[in-house]
Design a protein around this ligand. Structure first.
Ligand SMILES: *Cc1c(COP(=O)(O)O)cnc(C)c1O
Length: 439
């Protein structure tokens, strides 16, 4: 059983039944609503603590009714890592990274797609399709395979190669499309009647938000049911930011949060594709499509988001901001973070670090505040952007004396550990020395 009562249109509050397939209402997304009083009566912190460390441990706050229909690869309960060295580099004393790179299929897309595919499975869907700019395609393909569903994936022709290969590897029928994710979305939309597939595009079905919501539930549990001061989230379609804000509201409603503190939600983009920050800075609730969207953070290359107003509402309710960092700072920050902490920062998380640098310089964040960044994907999936130069070849006769100095003087800087290069901590606005800038 589940505690879902109905679906609710985000744009006008219309109620819709949850026991049939639903997509958009008036072209806009749906919220999943629960009987939170019943959840409160049924669910205890002690019971949750004793369950397996996956996102399904919060099942009373999740929409699946029949557990035998769940598509799972063990996703959830990712590490929450304290980052003192990266914090020092940014001038922060209490910086944490929630490391979603360790999830199945190497990104947090596994949370949303595990939930969407589970619900679709429960409602009798046998064929699914998705437009993707990268990680969503592989995740959908994997979860569809897990429950024997047919999968179709459409991605821009310049999608990172690992994302192209993984979708096909998990058995999906995967296609390259000339254009952006919005063009891929049009293919899925136009093919629906003929192909009879269910469209699991970001926010076009109600359940991906519920999967991503578990990031907020885990974060709260990992901090012993209190929340940090600031959360930075790399925003494409915005599912994760919207989902976490919903999670915090639901936890507050059932009385599980230790205090009234809610984080300021910071939506982070690259200036190469910044529709949400552009709208927020102009005081708008709806975003204009961003022209010529281009960023190495492929997960952020979403020029038009159907949930734009939901992202901006959450940001504003939280007292947060929607910001963009310079594209050139995003990869250098991701690299610097990887070398400082050993975390496989994806370029998308580099956007959070770039925005964090701006906010610290503006004194919008106090050095002692508790700050959490989401590393939403695994660097290993971005071979084009992280591995642009081959390693130097060791000569036949090694001159040991030169090994460490060569490392320091390598001008590409790609493999140079940040500490060895001796860059000065906290130099807002200046690119870190010895670190290659983004293409
Ligand atoms: C999809 C994706 C994002 C953006 O996620 P949304 O919840 O759609 O905003 C960020 N990072 C990575 C690695 C992604 O794959």
């Amino acid at each position: 059983m589940s505690y879902v009562t109905h679906l609710e249109a985000a744009i006008d509050g219309t109620h819709l039944p949850h026991n049939e397939l639903q997509t958009l209402h008036e072209g806009r997304p749906l919220w999943v609503r629960y009987d939170l009083q019943a959840v409160d009566a049924a669910m205890t912190k002690g019971a949750v603590a004793g369950r397996a460390p996956t996102m399904w441990r919060y099942r009373e706050l999740l929409p699946v009714e029949d557990e035998s229909k769940i598509a799972s690869l063990g996703e959830g309960m990712t590490p929450l890592l304290r980052c003192e060295q990266l914090g020092a580099a940014l001038g922060l004393n209490d910086l944490w990274v929630k490391d979603e790179s360790q999830l199945p299929t190497g990104s947090f897309k596994s949370r949303g797609l595990a939930m969407a595919i589970s619900r679709a499975n429960e409602l009798g869907v046998e064929r699914v399709a998705i437009p993707t700019c990268g990680n969503a395609g592989g995740a959908m393909a994997a979860y569809a395979a897990r429950v024997g569903m047919e999968a179709f994936v459409f991605m821009p022709a310049d999608t990172p190669i690992v994302n192209q290969l993984e979708a096909a590897y998990y058995g999906a029928r995967a296609w390259l499309v000339d254009g952006l994710i919005t063009d891929c979305a049009a293919v899925v939309r136009e093919g629906t009647a003929e192909m009879g597939w269910f469209d699991v595009s970001t926010l076009k079905e109600p359940y991906r938000i519920e999967g991503k919501k578990t990031m907020g539930l885990e974060l709260a549990e990992q901090f012993d049911w209190s929340l940090p001061d600031v959360i930075l989230y790399p925003t494409g379609g915005g599912t994760g930011l919207i989902g976490m804000w919903k999670a915090f509201a639901e936890l507050a409603e059932i009385g599980w949060l230790a205090d009234a503190r809610r984080p300021r939600m910071i939506s982070c983009q690259s200036d190469g594709c910044a529709p949400i920050s552009t709208a927020w800075e102009a005081g708008e609730r709806f975003a204009e499509p961003f022209p010529d969207a281009a960023t190495a953070a492929s997960g952020l290359r979403v020029p038009a988001a159907v949930g734009d107003f939901m992202i901006i509402d959450a940001v504003n309710e939280s007292g947060g901001q929607a910001r963009a960092c310079p594209e050139r700072s995003l990869l250098s920050w991701a690299r610097r973070g990887a070398a400082l902490e050993g975390i496989a920062f994806a370029p998308e998380a580099g956007a959070c670090l770039g925005v964090l640098e701006l906010l610290v310089a503006e004194k919008a964040i106090h050095p002692d505040e508790r700050v959490v960044i989401f590393n939403t994907g695994a660097a290993q999936k971005y071979v084009e952007v992280i591995g642009s130069e081959p390693l130097p070849r060791l000569p036949q006769s090694v001159d040991w004396g030169t090994l460490s100095s060569q490392r320091e003087s390598a001008d590409s800087g790609v493999r140079v550990g940040a500490r060895e290069t001796g860059w000065a901590p906290t130099a807002p606005g200046t690119p870190p020395a010895g670190v290659a800038s983004a293409p």
